[in-house]
Design a protein around this ligand. Structure first.
Ligand SMILES: [Zn+2]
Length: 565
């Protein structure tokens, strides 16, 4: 016994000497900040010490030696935010977006890529390799994607895969899981995913079960079959024995108004049965913003078709983009003067040919709201309401607006009721996402969520409207998301965790991106650390590339419920 005590004492002395010898013990001390630790627990004032990319102390570090001391009094110190649905994998491979300024300026330090079914195995590998070689501003994790896998095997064919094709797709899922993928993502609303049966998706999802994989679903038809689409997501996960996640949950369009309650009830019931289901939501009442000139579907051989095609070129500069939009609007004006063309366009838009994406088909006229009009009285009004008032069809209203205002008139497409946006934000199993991209903002096009989602939650829904408490909001941006992703050392402020940290002024944090102009970065972030490296220092982006790939490691693998047939 005495010997034991002696040993312990010797060890303690050794530790004490080591601690003194290793001066200065901290790389950085954040002094006096309001710590919101990501767990949902009440905020508390404390200092936080960082060394070698990790949080190594929390408490009173007022006199501790440190290489740098940052005064954080009056600022919130939170875990770096995790964007669980992000499309910037298309952008951060380019030098201009590598440092991910749109995310860093909102305190986002980890992004989840490969959503909506986008990445096949080769793309998944290429993304990892390219970002490992070039460096990247934020950490990232990624799904292997059903659309990518299916397109690789079957192209755009509308049929079930053969046994051989399915076996190859399953092999690709297994390979991706071995290489750190989170699980399977789908985009069943988009081609070629929409050609797949539920069984096909289940077969692929099952391959992730031995790894405790996750199933991330962009539901099949959220506008017109909302409840069935979410039910399909739950079915896939239940049959595969894995965890379900509903991407950007919402109740789009007037015909779905009020359905958020049904949806929440359905998911609560599944959770009560022991199924593991979560979702994410972005804090806006519309899915995208479009010019009317982009919503109508032109005949294949028309000038409009070639202009629309030109607009899809990612290399198109801002000036060429604006010119092409003007040419497109002019071509529409001329074409729509002809009643035959008008009828043809109506048919193409409302019943598009197979494989053609139509916003009218996808989300319905009753989700179209005017965001910008030369006649300010129309701003904010629903297209279907104007149609009723004028005794016209919604199509005729769009055509008239296009003829009168050309490329000026802009619509929010996929809009939903503000009270339902709030309902989803408040739901305890809903995380915050952006569904955004670093790029794609040429010519003022795009969505404010790209550069605004996280700041908007903190500014509008926490500070200005008190829809969420600060602790709840931070939890939904960090701890809750990390728990879903099985990132055991991120999304929380605790000793030993990776030093992904967002420090912001709760009074000044503000999204600046709008429907009108989605490009401005958010304000109010002061310091952002990615793996202990400052990506934002005193409000200035440093361009640091301290992010890394976060391979999926589910310690719970093998404890998933038994798959049911
Ligand atoms: Zn998406």
């Amino acid at each position: 016994m005495l010997l034991k005590i002696r040993c312990v004492m010797v060890l303690l002395v050794v530790f004490a000497i080591q601690a003194q010898a290793a001066a200065p013990p901290f790389d950085i001390v954040l002094r006096g900040g309001m710590l919101v630790d990501g767990s949902g627990a009440p905020a508390k004032v404390a200092d936080l010490g960082i060394t070698a990319g990790r949080i190594v102390a929390i408490g009173d570090l007022g006199r501790a030696p440190t290489r740098r001391r940052i005064e954080a009094t009056g600022l919130v110190v939170a875990p770096g935010f995790i964007d669980v649905h992000n499309h910037s994998d298309e952008d951060v491979v380019y030098p201009a977006y590598r440092a991910a300024p749109g995310m860093i300026r909102q305190g986002v330090t980890t992004a989840v890529f490969g959503v909506d079914g986008s990445l096949d195995l080769e793309m998944f590998r290429t993304l990892k390799a390219r970002l490992a070689a070039s460096g990247v501003g934020v950490n990232f994790a990624a799904y292997i994607g059903h659309n990518g896998l299916r397109e690789k095997e079957l192209g755009m064919a509308n049929r079930v895969p053969t046994g051989v094709e399915l076996a190859r797709m399953k092999g690709a899922v297994r390979a991706a899981m071995n290489e750190g993928a989170l699980g399977l993502s789908t985009g069943l609303m988009y081609l070629p995913g929409l050609y797949a049966t539920t069984d096909e998706v289940v077969e692929l999802a099952k391959e992730t079960a031995p790894y405790g994989g996750l199933y991330d679903s962009h539901d099949r038809d959220p506008a017109f079959h909302l409840l069935d689409s979410v039910a399909e997501c739950l079915t896939v996960a239940r049959r595969a024995g894995i965890e379900a996640h509903i991407a950007h949950i919402k109740a789009v369009g007037l015909h779905n108004a009020g359905r958020s309650e049904d949806l929440i009830r359905m998911i609560d019931a599944a959770r009560a049965r022991g199924e593991r289901v979560t979702a994410d939501a972005y804090p806006y009442d519309g899915a995208t913003t479009r010019l009317v000139a982009e919503i109508l579907i032109p005949p294949a051989q028309s000038e409009m078709a070639s202009d629309l095609h030109a607009l899809e070129d990612p290399e198109l500069g801002e000036a060429s983009h604006s010119n092409t939009v003007l040419a497109l609007a002019a071509a529409w004006r001329k074409a729509l003067a002809n009643p035959d063309t008008r009828n043809e366009v109506k048919a193409l838009t409302e019943q598009p040919h197979e494989g053609v994406f139509s916003w009218v088909m996808a989300v319905g006229y009753d989700s179209f709201r005017i965001t910008r009009s030369a006649d300010p009285a129309l701003n904010g009004r629903m297209i279907v309401d104007i149609a009723t008032e004028r005794g016209q069809s919604p199509f005729s209203v769009l055509v008239d607006l296009l003829i009168e205002q050309g490329a000026f008139i802009k619509l929010t497409v996929g809009s939903m009721r503000e009270d339902e946006v709030r309902t989803f934000l408040r739901t305890p199993w809903t995380m915050i996402s952006s569904d955004g991209r670093e790029g794609g903002l040429a010519g003022g096009q795009g969505h404010p969520r790209y550069r605004g989602s996280f700041a908007r939650v903190l500014a509008y829904y926490v500070r200005d409207r008190q829809v969420l408490s600060l602790e709840e909001a931070v939890h939904k941006m960090s701890g809750l998301t990390a728990a879903y992703l099985k990132l055991s050392d991120r999304g929380v402020l605790r000793v030993g965790a990776a030093a992904d940290i967002a420090v912001f002024d709760p009074k000044a944090v503000q999204d600046r991106s709008t429907w009108e102009n989605p490009a401005p970065y958010a304000d109010g972030m002061r310091y952002v650390f990615v793996n202990g490296v400052l990506a934002l220092d005193s409000g200035e982006a440093t361009g640091a590339l301290a992010g890394r790939f976060l391979p999926f490691r589910n310690r719970g693998a093998g404890t998933t419920p038994k798959p049911t047939p």
